[in-house]
Design a protein around this ligand. Structure first.
Ligand SMILES: Nc1ncnc2c1ncn2[C@@H]1O[C@H](COP(=O)(O)OP(=O)(O)OP(=O)(O)O)[C@@H](O)[C@H]1O
Length: 327
């Protein structure tokens, strides 16, 4: 995938990542054959309708899926000062000791449930900083600075998670993920529950981390947020990435009919929702999963389209919009 992030080697190379959940009488195809690179300094937004596999992708990268999940493929992480690791093959002990928090930070989608309930925000932040080697003498000051960065008042730090509003818990979770300064941050809907100024504040904070050299994978259903801060956008549909290209190209010349549909649904565009509903991930069609909703579908779409480079990025569609292919 070409990006403007320069020739630096990728920090993360995901290759054929596939996640299945076993249910008593079905298999959920949550992520299928996902391939992408993420470079230092790059902010990649992963967008798509609810249930398409975005959060499962983030959890698969951190080994945080429940026991009914099977993960295959590879996700090679190349930490700047560490040993490369395949996040899929690495065991729980390695991920817990060397990867989670330290090299890969996670802003979880549901911070209220992810925050340890018996510690105040201050204690959580101070413990996180100390666990990642921050000198004890100025840890208190560093915790307040991390809180201020996300717009939390020092007094808010003395509350327990259940005493925080949803937006405050969200900001505390963001501060906890950012505090160890990980080179890779997975931010799963980090702006949910925040009002507009705080949304922009948080997005700008993530952007600044990238500008300082970190890589951010931002999971969001908010296309305006992606447009504001992302270098590249990957569009997921029914467990697969169907289009991936630099942000301006994706917004100006979408190639996949689904991407074009998502953009048409924006209030400042046609404000028309994509017709129909996504398929059940337990019952995907053999061919293109978007075909039943697509006005361009033909018999060819009964076979699955392969991701194909088209000049500015990649699209997986038998009948891409011609404007999208124009490099
Ligand atoms: N433990 C599980 N067992 C079975 N299915 C699961 C499990 N966890 C997630 N899924 C399914 O995997 C699919 C992808 O879920 P995921 O949470 O990644 O969606 P998403 O794109 O992040 O949506 P949202 O924006 O609503 O969070 C969904 O169909 C979900 O129901």
């Amino acid at each position: 995938m070409p990006t403007d992030a320069g020739p630096r080697p990728a920090l993360l190379t995901v290759d054929g990542l596939t996640v299945r959940f076993r249910l008593p009488d079905a298999v959920v195809h949550a992520v299928t054959d996902l391939r992408l690179d993420l470079h230092p300094g790059e902010l990649l937004a992963v967008v798509g309708e609810s249930g398409c596999g975005k959060s499962v992708l983030a959890h698969a990268l951190l080994g945080l899926l429940p026991r009914n999940a099977t993960v295959t493929g590879h996700a090679h992480l190349h930490p700047p000062d560490g040993t490369p690791v395949d996040l899929v093959a690495a065991g729980e002990r390695h991920l817990a000791r060397h990867v989670r928090g330290r090299v890969v930070g996670l802003v979880p989608q549901s911070p209220a449930t992810a925050l340890t309930p018996v510690r105040t925000g201050r204690r959580l932040l101070e413990e996180t900083l100390r666990a990642h080697g921050h000198p004890r003498r100025d840890v208190a000051e560093a915790a307040e600075r991390a809180a201020a960065d996300v717009g939390l008042h020092p007094a808010d730090l003395d509350r327990y998670p259940h005493e925080l509003s949803g937006g405050m818990a969200q900001r505390l979770a963001t501060a906890l993920a950012l505090a160890p300064d990980p080179p890779l941050l997975l931010a799963d809907e980090p702006t949910s529950g925040l009002d507009r100024p705080l949304v922009e504040h948080t997005l700008d904070l993530l952007r600044r981390r990238c500008d300082a050299g970190a890589a951010v994978l931002l999971i969001t259903h908010d296309l305006a947020a992606a447009r504001r801060v992302a270098d590249t956008v990957a569009v997921m549909y029914a467990s697969r990435v169907v289009e991936h290209r630099p942000t301006p190209d994706l917004f100006d010349r979408p190639a996949h009919p689904y991407t074009a549909g998502l953009l048409d649904a924006l209030p400042d565009r046609a404000f028309t929702p994509v017709p129909g509903h996504p398929p059940m991930l337990t019952d995907l069609p053999a061919g293109c999963a978007f075909a039943p909703r697509c006005h361009r579908a033909t018999d060819t779409c009964r076979t699955p389209p392969r991701p194909t480079a088209d000049g500015t990025g990649q699209v997986a569609c038998h009948h891409p919009l011609t404007s999208g292919a124009a490099a």
